[in-house]
Design a protein around this ligand. Structure first.
Ligand code: T46
Length: 140
């Protein structure tokens, strides 16, 4: 796995399997490193579509491809890394101040995102120039 930008990491979840199949349980404060206040899913993404193109000021999130696959590009203002999500037993943390883009969605991709807080448009940084300026200020 590539050396991910600061604060981003892949978490491997335990799978409880038996002769019936597999089960993954995600609890806030345990497998998920924050309390969960919101869950949303991205699915039915059209071919060639890319999403995201923002960072969050304060929000912590965890993304899991519960079906299919997609790529997530992570950018901390200095480095960009691409991560492929393709396993329901693996999550990618999306901490604050990481510019992220999602692309290469398979037609069957269901990307589930667990979020630490409710939806708040004011927490989004949707201009890459603003993001770079804020990231630079935070590192100064
Ligand atoms: C993120 C990446 C991984 C809501 O009303 N409530 C919600 O909880 C969310 C997530 C979105 N929305 C509305 C806002 C927009 O009108 O749904 C519409 C699509 O959202 P957006 O264009 O922000 O979707 P993405 O895929 O670019 O980004 C989403 C999340 O918004 C974002 O927080 O980190 O997935």
């Amino acid at each position: 796995m590539a050396n991910l930008p600061s604060g981003c990491r892949i978490i491997d979840f335990s799978t409880r399997g038996d002769e019936r199949g597999s089960l993954v349980a995600l609890e806030g404060g345990a497998e998920v490193p924050f309390d969960i206040r919101r869950v949303y899913t991205i699915f039915g993404t059209r071919e060639g579509v890319a999403r995201g193109f923002h960072a969050h000021h304060a929000l912590n999130q965890l993304a899991v491809a519960v079906a299919g696959s997609c790529d997530v590009i992570l950018d901390d203002g200095q480095r960009r890394e691409r991560v492929r999500l393709e396993r329901p037993d693996q999550g990618l943390t999306l901490p604050p101040m990481i510019w992220h883009e999602m692309e290469n969605f398979s037609p069957d991709c269901v990307l589930m995102v667990l979020a630490e807080d409710v939806y708040d448009e004011a927490d989004y940084i949707r201009s890459y120039d603003d993001f770079l300026r804020l990231a630079e200020e935070a590192q100064a």
